[in-house]
Design a protein around this ligand. Structure first.
Ligand code: KIV
Length: 281
């Protein structure tokens, strides 16, 4: 049902239900409100905000405070969709204790219903500890952007036998640690399909083919707000950058030609007041 709040158990129950999970990133109140009024299931406050909202080259400089701030804004606009907050780089890698403390802040201060973190076996302890604290965790394997320097760039992962074996193991370890779902990013579709078949928890793909249990995109990519970014996995459902630039150019032209504001956009004194004002001077 469109207006029923989306819960973590409802997302978990989508596995093998025949209904795909849909997820998009959101970083502020206005977009959150617009997206929440559709049938989208999940709003992810992704650490991609570092690139999309802050203009950084990668996600590594995003802080926990940044994600809390953006999650609060998104939460205010989302009455129905499930709000998931990303754990930024170095907010969970140090220890399980650090991870649960920071996941707690995203829920308590940001209002998130669940958190997402990147990595497989090496973060299984963190996932287990966060889940034990009652906080649902979404895992994320494959092309995990926080490991950009380790990968030597944003490269599709799992193309070789050994790499794909590692990613499959990572996915299983995350499920065992208690993750309720898993983002599969930047990997061959055959690998994503096999992981999806093998797991009991739902997978949500981005650049991982069509066989995942759901799909996620960065909202700015879907809307064509980022004309310079054209990876293969993105489908632009609109070209809003052109729409915005045309609207702004029209505004500039109309202000300069003094056609805006027109009488219909201006306020006037009450009848008779103009005379009084003139007499006063
Ligand atoms: O940060 C992000 O936006 C993400 C999604 C692209 C999965 O992690």
């Amino acid at each position: 049902m469109k207006n029923q709040p989306v819960t973590v158990p409802a997302i978990a129950a989508r596995k093998n239900s025949g209904k795909k999970i849909t997820a998009l990133t959101a970083y502020d109140y206005s977009f959150s409100k617009l997206l929440d009024a559709t049938a989208i299931d999940i709003l992810l406050v992704g650490d991609s905000l570092g690139m999309i909202s802050q203009g950084h080259e990668n996600t590594l400089s995003v802080t926990l405070e940044d994600v809390i701030y953006h999650t609060r804004s998104v939460k205010r606009g989302a009455n129905r969709a499930l709000v998931v907050a990303d754990m930024p780089f170095m907010s969970y890698q140090v220890s399980a204790e650090q991870a649960v403390t920071n996941a707690g802040r995203l829920v308590q201060e940001g209002g998130a219903a669940a958190v997402k973190l990147e990595g497989g076996a090496r973060v299984a302890d963190q996932v287990r500890t966060i889940v034990q604290a009652g906080i649902p965790v979404m895992g994320h394997v494959g092309l995990t952007p926080q490991s950009v320097h380790q990968f030597g760039g944003y490269k599709v992962q799992g193309k070789t036998f050994l790499d794909s074996k590692q990613i499959k193991q990572d996915a299983k370890d995350l499920q065992k640690a208690g993750a309720f779902s898993l983002v599969l990013e930047g990997m061959p579709e055959e690998l994503a399909a096999e992981i999806t078949r093998d797991l009991e928890i739902p997978t949500i793909g981005i650049g991982a083919g069509s066989q995942c249990d759901g799909q996620i995109l960065v909202i700015h990519d879907l809307l064509g707000l980022n004309p310079d970014f054209t990876p293969k996995f993105v489908k632009r459902y609109a070209q809003l950058s052109a729409v915005i630039q045309n609207a702004v150019s029209e505004f500039v032209d109309e202000v300069c030609s003094e056609t805006f504001p027109g009488p219909e956009h201006s306020y006037n004194l009450k009848k008779g007041s103009l005379k009084q004002v003139k007499n006063d001077h």
